[in-house]
Write a protein that binds this ligand. Sequence first.
Ligand code: NDP
Length: 281
Amino acid sequence: MIDSVGLIGDPVGHSLSPALQNAAFAYHGLPDSYVLWHTPEVELAQRVAMLRAEGMRGANVTIPHKTAVVPLLDALDPVAEAVGAANTIVRLPGGRLHGSNTDVQGFQRALSSVAFDPAGRSVVVLGAGGAARAVVYGLLHAEARSLTLVNRSVEQAETLLSDCLATLDSDPSLLAMPFDDLDLRQVIAEADLLINATPVGLDGIGSPIAAELLHPGLLVVDLIYHVTPFLRAAAQRGASTQDGLEMLVQQGALSFEAWTGLPAPVDAMRAAAQQALKERT
Ligand code: NDP
């Protein structure tokens, strides 16, 4: 096996990516092995430079390096450039490094898998960190009609929205608000899609907002890979739900295709991720 590709982040121990990527390499009979590259901030530049070596395919990048990695790369695709973050690095012939952001399309594909088209719809996103950035970009470029971004730091939400707006030709209705805004109830009552892009519920405890705000007209998506208290409450209130596993699988499938030029075996990757998740719980 060749350790030719891996995950750069800190921490990385929780990741399901080795399971799903190694299933894809095995499916195609490739000798590559996808490994975890635990990388503290001070080692990021050195780790990225290592990808330039002959025989390397590239990497995924996760918390907290998706933005910091950008200036270390030689070229970026337009989506990564607009989002300001890369989660996939491909080593090009000669050792040049190309960055892309497969979170955006991975998220869009996950929504398509439950037949949800954001065009003309009203959306609420909770959280304004790195994942929310990809989600908001994906929703606005899929022509969502209105989007409310809810975050503890309203300033951070406003910055995210104005960055995204600068990449659009359209002029959707955009609003930033804190979790305790009295208008939140009404905004959710009128929404079609509600997304949790905060880590609240990751430990199986707590929900980002009160269950009583949820209603049957909503698709509720939690980017966390497993069923959270938030998703359980949403289902109890009659909403449709989706957890973050499909986004993870789809962004991984797009990364695999970028590294190898081969079609990603999405079903095998999904099954491997589900199995790894089951073994963990
Ligand atoms: P970041 O650290 O970049 O951002 C976290 C966001 O959540 C910030 O806006 C932060 O708000 C908010 N937040 C954190 N704690 C709380 C809290 N207790 N109450 C309210 N808001 C809170 O993380 P990411 O954006 O990278 O990740 C967010 C989630 O998405 C994680 O659970 C991660 O696992 C998941 N994820 C899933 C992916 C998938 O493929 N399914 C891909 C990437 C991420 P503030 O600004 O106020 O601090």
